[in-house]
Design a protein around this ligand. Structure first.
Ligand code: SAM
Length: 234
C-alpha cells in the first residue's frame, strides 16, 4: 500500500478514508494485522494496523523489508487518447517500466488531458499492483515541437513509426547504445507527415516498426514497451 508519509519504526501514519475503506471494508483487516507499505522513497516496510478508535486506523511501520531500488528511467512520451484508454495506457506504461509519463500534444491528437491528478492516481495504483516501490510521475502535456527543441541529446527517443519498410524492431532497438531511453507513440490519428519528417531528421530519434499491421495506439505502446523491456532486460 502506498502511504505518502515518512516511514520509520515507532512512527504511525493515519490511514486516509480510502485506505481505511480498503483495509477494513474490502480486506477486512483488524487490530494487529500486518501489511506491506511504501512511500516511493524509503523502500518497503512491514507495518502493523492499530485502531485507537472504531473510526481511526493507524499504520505503524515495524521493519524495512526492501530498500529503495533506483527509480525506472524509461520515459513514455504519448499523445493523449480518449479518457478510458488513457487510464489503461498509464497503467500499462507503469507496469512495463516507465518512470516518467509525458503527454505530448501532436497535430492529430484527439484526446486531451483534463485531469492530471486522476492519471497520477492511476500511476500510484499501478505501482501498488505491480510491486514497484517508486511512483512514476505524470507530467503536464507539452507540444511535440517544444519537447524536441528542449531535448537532452543523451537520451534516445524510440519513435514508433508504422511507415517503416522492415517490420522487425529488435535489431534497431538492440543497436541503441544510449542507456537513457524514451518511447514515443502517436495518437489514434497518427503523426502528421510533417511530424514524421521532423522526427526522422533528428539524430537522437530511432524510428521502429511494430510489425506489418496498424496497431491501436495503446496496443503499440504495450508492444513497444515489451520490445524495449526485452532488449534492456529491465
Ligand atoms: N497512422 C495510423 C493509420 O494510418 O491508421 C494511425 C496511428 S496508430 C492508430 C497510433 C500510433 O501507434 C502510431 O502513431 C504509431 O506511433 C503506433 N503504431 C501503430 N501501428 C504501428 C506499427 N505497425 N509500427 C510502428 N508504430 C505503430
Amino acid at each position: 500500500l502506498f502511504v505518502d508519509a515518512h516511514l520509520s519504526p515507532g512512527d504511525s501514519v493515519e490511514a486516509t478514508p480510502e485506505q481505511f475503506n480498503y483495509l477494513v471494508n474490502v480486506l477486512r483487516l483488524n487490530e494487529g494485522a500486518q501489511i506491506l507499505v511504501f512511500n516511493g522513497r524509503e523502500g518497503e516496510w512491514l507495518a502493523e494496523l492499530s485502531f485507537p478508535s472504531r473510526k481511526k486506523l493507524l499504520i505503524r511501520p515495524r521493519e524495512q523489508t526492501r530498500s529503495q531500488p533506483p527509480a525506472p528511467d524509461l520515459q513514455y512520451l504519448f499523445a493523449p487518447l480518449k479518457v478510458g484508454r488513457l487510464d489503461y495506457i498509464v497503467q500499462k506504461a507503469v507496469e512495463m517500466g516507465a518512470g516518467l509519463l509525458q503527454p505530448v500534444m501532436t497535430q492529430h491528437v484527439q484526446g486531451k488531458i483534463t485531469n492530471l491528478d486522476r492519471l497520477q492516481a492511476n500511476a500510484v495504483e499501478a505501482a501498488e499492483q505491480c510491486g514497484i516501490l517508486s511512483i512514476p510521475a505524470v507530467a503536464p502535456p507539452v507540444k511535440l515541437r517544444d519537447l524536441l527543441d528542449g531535448w537532452s541529446s543523451n537520451r534516445r527517443i524510440i519513435f514508433c513509426d508504422e511507415g517503416e519498410e522492415s517490420h522487425n524492431p529488435l535489431p534497431l532497438v538492440a543497436g541503441i547504445r544510449e542507456t537513457q531511453l524514451a518511447l514515443l507513440v502517436g495518437p489514434e490519428g497518427g503523426f502528421s507527415q510533417e511530424e514524421r519528417t521532423l522526427l526522422r531528421s533528428l539524430d537522437f530519434v530511432t524510428p521502429i516498426p511494430l510489425g506489418p499491421r496498424i496497431l491501436r495506439a495503446d496496443t503499440a505502446a504495450v508492444a513497444a514497451l515489451a520490445v524495449i523491456q526485452a532488449s534492456i532486460g529491465d
